[in-house]
Ligand binder design. Structure first.
Ligand code: ADP
Length: 421
């Protein structure tokens, strides 16, 4: 294992793992802290998915340090602390406190912070974070329920979260390439900076920054910052050339689509699958609550289908969702559906199903948890941000495509299968 990463949430971890995998690293994503007996051999990168973005700062620090220790013990030569490309945090943390704790633990003089992800419209210029054409503080992130971002000046934002001196490496240096960035790092260290925000507005910037950071033990940022890191290991002769990147094979067995996301993209994907002849059963939260619909009854329906890949979905239009929420309560309605889909996943695995396409962030979390999945090997990308993965549990191993609600093209449910070989 060469690179160890700590991500502050599950889908962010997948995003990073996919980035590393696309750059030729055989990458495994671990859900939660890796167990003590976790086998780190045979992979190039391990991404630990924590749920630490909005928990208390001291808890986030202690979880992240635990993860870091396990990754280092597993052989990691470099650590990445991955957070959101919109720098989701509050004055109390958790980006500053976690970065500070990690850099101190590693005994490093300097680390960098760069949330830029140009492909998704996140760029950093003169220390200010832009979301598309807007400053972060003018974007919808200003109203985020948990981490409202009202200041786009990342030097200022980060300085409020840490006692370490925060500096800036501007685009002038980044545009000149890795050697100039390295010089800027040295100059920052001379000045007493311990964390530098680094400007980046293109993927090439990120690659140059990654190159310049080859010897940093800790790098922090969005998934974009990982773009240039695998190449460092390749230059050092530790990583195979791109062509030799890991192959992926999905376990053999029946396949199913489970959709609990009510997002617009998922609803379009459901319509498009049904139009193309996919057998589908729609779940009504009220029928689940009354006991009329059960995991058993859904599984019996699934087993009765012949040909094609069946789809079980609860996804509904906003009006319908409102109605079930009024009847059951917002949280209860969600829980009931998640619980049922999770039980269906468990039952279908018992019945020989091995390929699961799950739509919805919370829904995916519920299914992964119910199946007891501890680690996922990242496979081929289906659409931006959504890879096939395979869980690592020997003969209980399953292939999982975990789709965030709004990700994927309209034909996602149809085309995903051709990628899972
Ligand atoms: P997304 O990624 O689109 O946000 P999630 O799975 O994270 O999707 O969230 C969708 C939530 O809505 C889940 O908690 C799910 O159980 C709930 N849900 C799904 N279908 C319905 C429905 N028909 N009525 C009410 N809630 C629903």
């Amino acid at each position: 294992m060469l690179l160890g990463a700590i991500a502050d949430d599950l889908t962010g971890a997948t995003d990073l793992a996919l980035m590393l995998s696309r750059e030729g690293m055989k990458t495994v994503q671990v859900v939660g802290l890796p167990p003590d007996d976790f086998d780190f051999s045979g992979v190039d990168a391990v991404v630990v998915a924590l749920k630490s973005r909005t928990i208390a700062a001291d808890e986030a620090v202690s979880l992240s340090l635990d993860a870091a220790r396990r990754l280092l013990a597993g052989g990691a030569e470099q650590l990445v602390f991955k957070y959101c490309s919109t720098f989701d945090s509050t004055a109390d943390g958790n980006i500053g406190p976690v970065a500070e704790a990690l850099v101190e633990m590693l005994g490093e003089r300097l680390t960098l912070a760069c949330p830029a992800f140009p492909a998704n419209g996140r760029t950093v210029y003169r220390g200010h974070l832009f979301v598309g054409d807007l400053l972060l503080s003018d974007s919808t992130m200003k109203d985020h329920p948990l981490t409202p971002m009202r200041d786009a000046n990342l030097v200022r934002v980060l300085q409020q979260q840490t006692d370490l001196q925060v500096g800036l490496v501007t685009r002038e240096a980044v545009a000149k390439g890795a050697a100039a960035v390295k010089q800027a790092f040295d100059a920052a260290t001379e000045k007493g900076d311990r964390i530098v925000i680094v400007d980046a507005i293109t993927d090439q910037d990120l690659r140059e920054i990654g190159h310049a950071a080859a010897n940093m033990k800790l790098i922090t940022g969005g998934s974009g910052i990982a773009l240039g890191l695998p190449e460092n290991f390749r230059r050092a002769g530790k990583l195979a050339p791109m062509e030799a990147a890991a192959s992926f094979s999905a376990p053999a067995g029946s396949a199913i689509i489970l959709a609990g996301s009510c997002s617009a993209a998922t609803r379009r994907q459901i319509r498009s699958a049904i139009d193309a002849g996919t057998a589908a059963i729609k779940l009504d939260p009220l029928a689940i609550a009354s006991g009329e619909t059960t995991a058993e009854s859904v599984m019996d329906w699934v087993s009765a289908q012949s040909g094609g890949i069946p789809m079980v979905y609860s996804s509904a239009e906003p009006d319908e969702v409102r109605q079930s929420q009024q009847a059951l309560g917002r949280e209860k309605a969600g829980e009931i559906v998640e619980h049922l889909l999770a039980n269906v996943a468990i039952g279908l695995r018992e019945r020989g199903f091995r390929r699961f396409l799950v739509a919805g962030g919370e829904t995916s979390g519920a299914v992964v948890h119910a199946l007891g999945v501890e680690a996922l090997l990242i496979g081929p990308e289906i659409d931006p941000g959504v890879p096939w993965t395979v869980s690592l549990e020997g003969d209980r191993s399953v292939a999982l495509a975990l789709k965030s609600g709004n990700f994927g093209s309209d034909d996602f449910f149809l085309k995903a299968w051709s990628v899972a070989q």
